[in-house]
Write a new protein. Structure first.
Length: 67
């Protein structure tokens, strides 16, 4: 089931609040990238799925390391 915010039913383990899509900044090797990810509205925890970590993020990391 999907919440109204467009995020699957993900809940913060610390705060027990539903995650909401928010713009956050991801940084790697001195480069910062604005991205929209599920985030806890209370504590700011950002959820990065395994699919994202081993997909797009891995490709970006490899490209930055090759520079």
């Amino acid at each position: 089931m999907t919440a109204t915010s467009g995020v699957p039913d993900l809940v913060c383990a610390r705060c027990d609040k539903p995650l909401e899509m928010r713009k956050v900044e991801a940084s790697y090797l001195g480069q910062t990238f604005p991205v929209e990810l599920p985030c806890c509205p209370s504590c700011g925890f950002v959820y990065i799925s395994e699919e994202l970590a081993y997909g797009r993020m891995l490709k970006v990391e490899q490209a930055l390391e090759d520079k």
